[in-house]
Design a protein around this ligand. Structure first.
Ligand SMILES: Cc1cc2nc3c(=O)[nH]c(=O)nc-3n(C[C@H](O)[C@H](O)[C@H](O)COP(=O)(O)OP(=O)(O)OC[C@H]3O[C@@H](n4cnc5c(N)ncnc54)[C@H](O)[C@@H]3O)c2cc1C
Ligand code: SF4
Length: 434
């Protein structure tokens, strides 16, 4: 055999071997991710997600590559030559997988056969079964930033068209300042309606909670007052900066750190009770998303500004004494990423005796940080009081006092279902259907 042919053959074998080795590693990783999701009980997607038809799937992997979340998490993977939703709770319903599949093997559905998802019943103009209460964005089942922005303004236009005006009442109270609430606020301002927007946390909704530097995939959209906005692939920070400028530049009336607790219909006007005040409005637009309200600890001192309910950026805790409360993935991720900075003192407090609800890779991170002395894991412990410079905890019969600059509570959320029921909004439960 001539030498060049031999070199060519060897090269081909080497390339094939590397390819097969890489494929096998990817399969192993996908399998591990699926096992982790199952072991942690994280098998139910939050909202819209792909349902893969095994008999149509040929395992080409186009959906796996197309998923925009792949850069952060494995959401779809290939197992035994078929596409599988391996990280269900990380799926945010982009739908790029469905578009990418050349064999039409993917349908986008709500809920699963095990867990139904309540989708509010809405008229085409976004009004619910309760006349005067409208819903927009992810709460109505349609996720993604562009959809929420579009629906927020459309719902507001419908409210303006209905033109209901009660004496002494705002034309509309907008609840939530995520993309849906932001677009609705701009529309209310543009149409000259009297309005107020109430937000329990900060501008941006789910976007505000994304990890630092997250790549945000969206599409151009027309916004009231602002006009055409051309973002496609951008960062969380750029998008939030733009929205903040849009809010401040236009003097939008948004009240932050105010949570709506109850809505009552009295003689046709809505009386809305919040954590800070009482508002009366002729119409209400709910743009509250689906992530709910973070669960609180209910201990003295929790109202202090050093207590937060989500980790946004570990860097902000450099050199600080931090207590993280919770036993799920977000608590473990928060504690590990702050501890790994190396110049912090971090305690992870959990009332259970093991982190059964968390993925294996997060448990490993916690074990490693703990073994290096970076993280103090306090199982069977409960926070009793938060003071300006310390946190008082109880572990068995022992009282523990920890020096403290910041507390991150990751104790899950109270979903909006009960709130919707309390105001009489009818829902349809979807069990893995379109
Ligand atoms: C990790 C992650 C990544 C994502 N990446 C993308 C992406 O790249 N591209 C994309 O298009 N979409 C993405 N999404 C989805 C997108 O963020 C959401 O679909 C969108 O934010 C929904 O907007 P919304 O206004 O309906 O609700 P939300 O953004 O959830 O906003 C709801 C707001 O209502 C507030 N609120 C809730 N209850 C109350 C109350 N009782 N009183 C007062 N305020 C209340 C909340 O604090 C929140 O600010 C992602 C989602 C997640 C979780
Ligand atoms: S793109 Fe379609 S055929 Fe290809 S792996 Fe994904 S679901 Fe299967």
């Amino acid at each position: 055999m001539d030498v060049s042919l031999t070199i060519y053959a060897v090269l081909m074998v080497a390339i094939s071997a590397v390819y097969i080795w890489r494929q096998r590693r990817t399969y192993e990783r996908h399998n591990q991710t699926l096992q982790d999701s199952v072991a942690a009980g994280m098998t139910e997607p939050a909202s819209l997600h792909p349902l893969i038809n095994d008999s149509k799937c040929l395992g080409c992997g186009a959906c796996v590559k197309a998923c925009p979340e792949t850069s952060h998490h494995d959401v779809l993977g290939l197992i035994n030559g078929k596409a599988v939703l391996i990280g269900p709770t990380d799926c945010i319903g982009h739908g790029a997988c469905k578009t990418a599949c050349p064999f039409d093997a993917i349908t986008l559905v709500f809920g699963t056969a095990r867990r139904g998802l309540d989708i509010p019943l809405l008229k085409p103009n976004f009004e619910s079964n309760v006349p005067g209460i409208y819903l927009a964005g992810e709460l109505g089942g349609m996720g993604l930033i562009k959809n929420a922005l579009t629906q927020g303004q459309q719902a507001l236009e419908a409210i303006a068209k209905a033109g209901v005006k009660r004496p002494g009442a705002l034309d509309v109270l907008i609840i939530g300042a995520g993309p849906a609430g932001l677009a609705a606020s701009l529309a209310a301002k543009k149409m000259g309606l009297s309005y107020q927007t109430i937000e329990q946390e900060a501008l941006g909704g789910a976007v505000f909670q994304y990890p630092r530097g997250k790549l945000v995939m969206t599409a151009p959209v027309e916004l009231p007052i602002i006009g055409k906005v051309q973002f496609r692939n951008t960062s969380k920070e750029t998008l939030l900066k733009f929205w903040n400028e849009a809010c401040h530049g236009n003097g939008l009336k948004i009240s932050y750190q105010e949570r709506v607790e109850a809505i009552e219909n009295k003689d046709g006007a809505f009386h809305v009770r919040t954590t800070k005040s009482q508002h009366v409005a002729s119409a209400v637009l709910l743009g509250i998303g689906r992530r709910g309200t973070p669960r609180k600890l209910g201990v003295p001192g929790e109202e202090m500004s050093k207590v937060v309910y989500r980790l946004i950026d570990p860097e902000q805790y450099r050199g600080k004494h931090v207590v993280v409360v919770g036993g799920g993935d977000s608590a473990l991720e928060a504690a590990a990423s702050i501890a790994e900075l190396g110049d912090t003192t971090v305690a992870l407090s959990y009332r259970g005796d093991a982190f059964q609800r968390a993925k294996q890779r997060n448990r490993q991170r916690v074990d490693q940080a703990s073994a290096k002395g970076q993280l103090n894991v306090l199982l069977n412990s409960q926070v009793r009081e938060i003071r300006p410079e310390e946190v008082v905890m109880k572990q068995a019969d022992k009282e523990i006092r920890l020096r403290n600059d910041a507390v991150i509570v990751s104790a899950g959320g109270i979903l909006p279902n009960d709130f919707l029921k309390s105001i009489g909004i009818q829902v349809e439960t979807k069990w893995g259907t379109e």
